[in-house]
Design a binder for this molecule. Structure first.
Ligand code: GDD
Ligand code: MN
Length: 380
């Protein structure tokens, strides 16, 4: 009986100790200086690609936000790639473009919806040859005014291949757990970037040195993580993919718990696929990662795929212990967990994430859906 107790305890300790240690190590690195030669006045030619599928309520605001960036408009062009939306997204975008000629916007349309990645690759054909940096951005987000300018400067160092943002929940909508989740997430991403690179990137703002996308032969279709996977490929190609603290994007967070969960499960599914497939593909391409990134990648893979199951498997000996031997012990424990969860937002966020990751893993096992439905309410 004591054995079951120890087993539970050890599993729980392992589950928490590893990420905690990683976090403590990273925390000291957040304040490090970038080991990069950054020229603050660097202003490359940029093409921003906005993929849309039924984004009619959002698209104008999105374009407006890009137009209002403090970046020279003559060095900027926008490509909206719409995949047969049924709500006139393309028409609205075109109208907006004709009324706002100071920003060069091109709207292209696909005849049918084939998913975000194929749409981005299609749009890529329309990126002018003299473009230095290509940025992908979702329609349901907003950049801080200086995001573009701040991101651009990192590309003045030739070792930088990709730059992604830190994400914050959209002003009033973002409440509760999403805040906590993002706080840790951003911190870890930036710290990994300062060490070398982060294996996780974000759809709301993801910038690439154009030539690398071209070398890559477009975005890979074997992973649904259309943000993290190409960013990691850039690192395997020998460049850095960094999340910058001064490149900030706000994202609409679904208000209902259900909408939030659906989205988080989907993203977790994509990330798991990314961690499972990318290394293998990279090996097939004959590429090898540099040391620090290899370890960062391994650690994140462990945290996203294995670690949730360590916690869940602790439930087995615990349940036997409680139901077969000690009911009181079980009640006591349930009370303690309940207390912890109600007091600590971080613990709540952590546990929810573990369940989401485990569920997403199972869902991946039983086959994924090809196309995802946009979560309507998140469109505000
Ligand atoms: N052209 C086109 N075609 N655009 C599409 C399609 C499509 O088939 N499907 C989705 N999009 C567009 C949406 O209109 C939006 O601008 C962007 O792609 C992201 O779609 P969301 O529906 O907002 O995705 P999400 O917020 O749940 O997913 C997030 O995580 C994904 C990775 O797991 C986003 O950041 C995605 O960009 C990211 O790929
Ligand atoms: Mn979205």
């Amino acid at each position: 009986m004591a054995f079951l107790g120890y087993l539970t305890l050890i599993l729980v300790i392992i589950h928490f100790a590893i990420p905690l240690l990683y976090f403590v190590c990273l925390r000291r690195r957040v304040e490090d200086l970038w080991k990069l030669e950054i020229r603050n006045d660097y202003e490359p030619k940029i093409a921003v690609i906005v993929p849309t599928y039924n984004e009619a309520p959002r698209i104008k605001e999105r374009l407006e936000n890009i137009k209002n960036q403090n970046y020279p408009r003559k060095k900027l062009r926008v490509i909206v790639v719409d995949s047969a939306s049924i709500d006139k997204t393309a028409e609205i975008a075109r109208n907006w473009a004709s009324k706002n000629r100071s920003l060069k916007v091109k709207v292209i349309e696909e005849g049918e919806r084939r998913g975000k990645i194929l749409a981005l690759n299609y749009a890529f054909k329309h990126v002018p040859e003299n473009t230095d940096v290509v940025i992908f951005t979702d329609a349901d987000c907003k950049w801080k005014m200086d995001a573009l300018k701040n991101a651009a400067k990192y590309f003045s160092d030739t070792s930088v291949g990709a730059v992604t943002c830190c994400i914050y929940p959209y002003e009033d909508l973002g409440k509760g757990l999403e805040d906590t989740y993002r706080y840790y997430n951003n911190m870890v991403r930036v710290a990994e970037s300062k060490i070398w690179s982060t294996p996780i990137a974000h759809g709301p703002f993801l910038a690439f040195r154009r030539i690398l996308l071209w070398k890559m032969g477009r975005l890979p279709t074997w992973s649904k993580a259309d943000d993290s996977t190409p960013a990691s490929l850039v690192v395997f190609m020998g460049y850095r993919a960094i999340a910058a603290p001064d490149v900030i994007a706000y994202e609409y967070v679904p208000v209902s718990l259900k909408g939030n969960l659906v989205r988080r499960i989907r993203r977790a599914q994509h990330l798991i696929q990314h961690f499972l497939r990318t290394r293998k593909k990279v090996r097939e391409m004959g590429l090898e990662p540099r040391k620090p990134f290899k370890y960062i990648f391994q650690m994140e893979k462990f945290l996203h795929i294995v670690n949730p199951w360590i916690l869940l498997s602790a439930a087995a000996p615990l349940l036997i212990l409680v139901f077969v031997y000690e009911l009181y012990f079980g009640l006591l424990l349930a009370g303690m967990v309940g207390l912890g969860v109600s007091v600590s937002k971080t613990l709540r966020m952590w546990l929810l994430t573990q369940v989401v990751l485990a569920y997403a893993f199972l869902k991946n096992l039983f086959g994924e859906t090809e196309m995802w439905e946009p979560i309507r309410e998140s469109r505000g």
